[in-house]
Design a protein around this ligand. Structure first.
Ligand SMILES: [Ca+2]
Ligand SMILES: [Ca+2]
Length: 225
C-alpha cells in the first residue's frame, strides 16, 4: 500500500459497556474493535489515553465519576485519518434509602385493613421488591401473607386478609445482596424495620334507651353491644 492513498477513515466501535449503561463500580474496562480497510490502525485512544490493539480488539481501563460519563474511543490509521465512537454511561454508587412509610413508625390505632407503603429516594429495581425482601410480621402469628406492587419509587404491600385488632406488626425491608436494590444494583445498606399497632376493635353502642328518648324511670338499664 502506497502512503497517501488511504483517504478512508478507520472503523471503530465500543462493544462494552453498552451505550446508556447504568453502572455501580467506578473502575471499568472499555473494549471495542478498530480496523482499517485500506491501510492499518496506527493508534487507538480511549478518553485521550493510548491503548494497545490485539488483532482488531482494544481494551482500556478507565475511572468513572458519579453521574453521567462520556466515553470516546478514537482510532487513527497509517495515513492519519481518524474516526471515533462515543457512548454515555452513568455511574451510581449510592445505595437507595427509605424516605417515608405508611403507617409511620410507632403508629397506633391503625385500621385493620391498612396497606403498607414504603417510599424510596430513588427508582428501585422492581424485581428486588418481593414478599421475601419486604415482610410484615404479627407479634402473635408471624409472617402475614399478602401481595406487593411497585410503582414510581413506592412499594405497596397489601395483606391478603384484614390484620388482627390490637396487635403490633413489624415491617422489615431487607438489605444486602438478597435485598432491595436500586437500578444500578446498589443494595439497601441495612435492614429498614418499623412497627405499628392496630386499632383496639372495641366499640360500645348504647341501643336502649335511644338518644333523646324521654324516660320516667329513676333507674335505667343500658343495653350495649
Ligand atoms: Ca483508512
Ligand atoms: Ca443509587
Amino acid at each position: 500500500m502506497l502512503e497517501g492513498t488511504d483517504e478512508i477513515p478507520p472503523d471503530i466501535t465500543i462493544t462494552s459497556p453498552e451505550d446508556n449503561a447504568l453502572l455501580n463500580t467506578p473502575s471499568i474496562t472499555v473494549t471495542g474493535n478498530a480496523s482499517d480497510s485500506i491501510s492499518w490502525i496506527k493508534s487507538v485512544t480511549v478518553n485521550g489515553t493510548s491503548t494497545g490493539l490485539t488483532g482488531e480488539t482494544y481494551t482500556s481501563n478507565i475511572q468513572l465519576t458519579e453521574g453521567q460519563n462520556t466515553i470516546t474511543a478514537m482510532a487513527t490509521d497509517a495515513a492519519g485519518n481518524t474516526n471515533s465512537a462515543t457512548i454515555t454511561v452513568a455511574l451510581d454508587t449510592t445505595p437507595p434509602a427509605v424516605t417515608s412509610t405508611t403507617p409511620v413508625d410507632n403508629d397506633t390505632d391503625v385500621s385493620v385493613n391498612t396497606t403498607i407503603t414504603t417510599a424510596f429516594n430513588e427508582e428501585i429495581d422492581a424485581s428486588t421488591i418481593t414478599t421475601t425482601t419486604l415482610t410484615l410480621n404479627s407479634e402473635t402469628s408471624g409472617t402475614v401473607s399478602g401481595s406487593i406492587t411497585y410503582n414510581n419509587r413506592i412499594a405497596t404491600f397489601t395483606p391478603s386478609d384484614n390484620l388482627s385488632y390490637n396487635t403490633t406488626y413489624t415491617v422489615t425491608i431487607k438489605s444486602g445482596n438478597n435485598g432491595v436494590k436500586d437500578l444500578a444494583g446498589n443494595a439497601l445498606t441495612e435492614d429498614y424495620v418499623w412497627s405499628f399497632k392496630t386499632e383496639s376493635g372495641l366499640e360500645i353502642t348504647i341501643t336502649k334507651p335511644q338518644d333523646g328518648e324521654t324516660t320516667n324511670k329513676v333507674t335505667q338499664w343500658l343495653k350495649v353491644r
